[in-house]
Design a protein around this ligand. Structure first.
Ligand code: ZN
Ligand code: ZN
Length: 338
């Protein structure tokens, strides 16, 4: 029988209905075309730097060759403007704010064909270092209320460019989605005196059934109320409310964890389209005892349909327990030389 589960972080309900998944394969059908290492028309490929605005951060190549390994540039088609002040206007029931903020593109590799799953761990580490450097710099801007770092991989995820890249968007307001999470976390803290994320992590570690991987600093979990198949959370084991609090050893551990998890999704689900996003406390809550940051990977294996749009509830056709078991075993298959 299907089961309704409540997400403790959002109070949203999810229908876990594995029987329904038999209508569709978990794997995506159809071979994907090979991607070249270099595309002369790509604005993110080396040699085409003039096609993007001037960079805000560049990490040089570490292999002795000239050029950059990671490059951060303002988005040419930015959702928000880097100049001006976020002046708020209230006109009766109409509330508006000037569209001021930061919209960066993080170009993850000079190689057009790579993805986090295929990059060496040291290169993934450089991508994460650039996230942290830009997160810190942008969070310090007094006009910024919220910073979202995210990646869209594959055309089904909303990306329009093939070259591996992530983005950062900083807005002058806190979205109601994030505000709702803060309220729930605060309510939990008021009731129990502990962080909801730390409490959840403790329960998951005791129960084990939704754990994919444990490292020195992180735990990889298929969340209890996963809204979509193979939704995967990478949780810091130490209490940290903001991504900005990550230490250098934790950052290098995260590089290995992120690569491993994406490698397993890549191998196990045939390079699925996915999004990932860093769910972190907004700038003015950046030292909170009640909030816990994490990285959420959302594979795009299913489409959002009418019921989801009408109710806000999701129907997930793969139970988090079987998704965790599957992702634990992808490693076993690979290590056997498959
Ligand atoms: Zn390219
Ligand atoms: Zn915590």
């Amino acid at each position: 029988m299907p089961e309704l589960r409540q997400d403790r972080f959002t109070k949203e309900w999810v229908i876990i209905a594995p029987e329904r998944g038999k209508r569709e394969g978990a794997k995506r059908e159809g071979a994907q075309k090979p991607i070249p290492h270099y595309d002369p028309k790509c604005p993110f490929c080396p040699g085409n730097e003039a096609m993007t605005p001037e960079g805000t951060l560049e990490i040089p190549r570490q292999d002795g060759r000239a050029g950059w390994q990671v490059r951060v540039v303002p988005n040419k088609f930015a959702a928000v403007s880097r100049t001006g002040q976020p002046v708020r206007h209230v006109d009766g029931s109409r509330h508006t704010v000037e569209g001021v903020g930061i919209h960066d593109v993080i170009i993850e590799s000079p190689d057009h064909s790579q993805t986090i799953a295929t990059l060496p761990i040291t290169d993934v580490g450089m991508v994460l270092e650039s996230y942290k450097a830009r997160f810190d710099a942008v969070s310090a801007d007094p006009r910024v209320a919220q910073v979202i770092i995210f990646k869209n991989h594959g055309f089904g995820s909303g990306t329009t460019l093939e070259h591996p890249h992530s983005q950062l968007i900083a807005t002058p307001v806190i979205s109601s989605h994030v505000r709702g999470r803060i309220y729930e976390a605060l309510r939990y803290y008021d009731d129990f005196g502990v962080c909801i994320g730390c409490a959840s992590l403790e329960e998951e570690l005791a129960e084990q059934t939704r754990i994919v991987l444990i490292t020195d600093h992180f735990v990889v979990i298929e969340p209890f109320a996963s809204p979509v198949p193979y939704n995967t959370h990478i949780y810091p084991r130490r209490h940290m409310c903001s991504f900005g609090q990550i230490s250098p050893p934790e950052l290098s551990d995260l590089a290995g964890v992120l690569k491993t998890v994406l490698e397993r999704l890549y191998a196990g689900l045939d390079n699925p389209d996915f999004n990932y996003t860093i769910v972190t406390a907004p700038a003015d809550h950046s030292d909170a005892q009640y909030y816990h940051w994490y990285l959420s990977i959302i594979p795009r294996l299913t489409q959002v349909a009418g019921f989801e749009l009408g109710s806000g509830m999701s129907i997930n056709t793969v139970s988090p327990e079987s998704a965790a078991e599957f992702l634990r075993n992808v490693r076993a298959r690979k290590s056997q030389g498959a």
